[in-house]
Design a protein around this ligand. Structure first.
Ligand code: NAD
Ligand code: ZN
Length: 367
């Protein structure tokens, strides 16, 4: 039996359904939450090859009229060009307002298809069927959609909540182990932000999660989604000055700088950058006297025990402290000469700090 997690927001509520074999039952799961049995499935070529047919079969069996649009895999696909191709293809056939857009794929497909759904006719019903661990525990929940521009990542976007999320953990069997670990970094992130008990559980269960034991994996996905749902419910549009949705950026200011320097060419996955970023955020917090060093040691040990990158020096490239710092100050978090960071008072106790001295950040980067 799948786990069903409710997400309750001010103007929307939906379920995240987590379990094995959900794609084969998608028709029956979607019919009650969509206004019409008409849907356009957007997927990437890798995922379509593996899971499009079972999805279309299941939708067809439940009486859905479907169509599918396939984009190339990869971050490059989150572009204005692809957005335009998709919306042209959808508008060309006089789509109706009740036709649903279904994203079948990882975060790239979810963000792009979500943005298409958010903007076409000012909003079509939207369904997320995330097929990477990262998208199951992070990007498919919370309603952020968007595409990249030459000016930066995710700069065009909209909030558009899905009608339902189907996190089919069976799809993870075909995901490369590196992508699994990258997704696991976001699970660890959620535990480190706000749930020390969850982190202790991760310490005990990581091999079963990464080894895809179905029950343990489903529980990890459920706990991470439920954490994210709580944070999003508290601050749906990221308006809070303290805490709120911004906490989900733990490790990300460092991570984004590393990603920008490595150049999004697949050598450094987002989750790998986050893994290093999490440890750097703990180091910075220890250095500034907010966090006990023993907590940093636990985080480092956990990442290393599970063969995840923990140090900048684990990467096949050297970085200049100045260049990394430049990325961070451009990362729109600079206020009045001081840097704003998500720091921790310990495992499970993240907070936003507005006055982090540049010197401390430099020292941590130079380690
Ligand atoms: P992705 O979508 O690029 O997927 C990674 C790779 O795995 C792709 O090559 C894809 O084709 C392949 N793949 C997907 N599912 C598979 C499966 N089941 N079996 C085999 N291969 C499969 O990457 P991702 O890590 O899922 O998502 C990254 C994106 O998510 C980034 O663009 C990031 O900005 C975005 N994101 C968005 C949010 C949000 O809140 N909206 C949050 C975090 C990340
Ligand atoms: Zn992330």
């Amino acid at each position: 039996r799948p786990r069903r997690l409710p997400v309750t927001l001010a103007h929307a509520s939906y379920e995240v359904v987590i379990g094995a074999g959900l794609i084969e039952r998608a028709g029956a799961l979607l019919a009650p939450v969509l206004p019409q049995k008409k849907a356009i499935v957007i997927s990437d070529a890798n995922v379509a090859e593996l899971y499009l047919k079972p999805l279309l079969d299941s939708l067809g069996d439940s009486g859905f009229v479907t169509q599918s649009l396939i984009v190339p895999p990869g971050e490059q696909t989150k572009s204005l060009d692809r957005y335009r191709e998709l919306t042209d293809a959808i508008l060309e056939q006089k789509v109706e307002r009740k036709t649903a857009i279904i994203a079948l794929g990882g975060g790239v497909v979810g963000d792009l298809a979500g943005f298409v759904a958010a903007t076409t006719l000012r909003g079509l019903p939207f369904v997320q069927i995330p097929t990477t661990l990262l998208s199951q525990v992070d990007s498919s929940v919370g309603g952020k959609t968007g595409i990249n521009t030459p000016w930066g990542k995710n700069l065009l976007g909209a909030f558009h909540q899905p009608a339902i999320v189907l996190a089919d953990i069976s799809t993870l069997a075909t995901l490369p182990p590196r992508e699994i670990k990258a997704g696991y970094a976001e699970i660890v992130k959620s535990a480190l932000i706000g749930d020390a008990g969850f982190f202790a559980w991760c310490e005990n269960n990581a091999p079963r999660i990464l080894g895809q034991d179905p029950d343990t994996l489903a529980e990890a996905v459920e706990r991470a989604c439920s954490f994210k749902a709580r944070v999003v419910a508290d601050d749906e549009k990221e308006k809070k000055a303290e805490g709120g949705r911004a906490l989900l950026n733990l490790g990300h200011t460092f991570g984004h700088a590393l990603e920008a320097e490595m150049g999004y060419d697949g050598r450094l996955l987002h989750g790998e950058a986050v893994s290093i970023g999490l440890r750097l955020a703990f180091m910075l917090s220890v250095r500034l006297g907010y966090c006990p060093a023993t907590d940093l040691d636990r985080v480092t040990a956990h990442l290393q025990a599970n063969d995840m990158p923990a140090r900048i020096s684990d990467l096949p490239q050297t970085f200049s402290v100045g260049t990394l710092l430049n990325h961070m100050t451009r990362d729109k978090k600079m206020e009045g000469g001081k840097l704003t960071f998500v720091l921790v008072r310990g495992i499970g106790q993240a907070f936003t700090c507005r006055d982090v001295p540049e010197e401390a950040v430099k020292a941590v980067l130079a380690e």
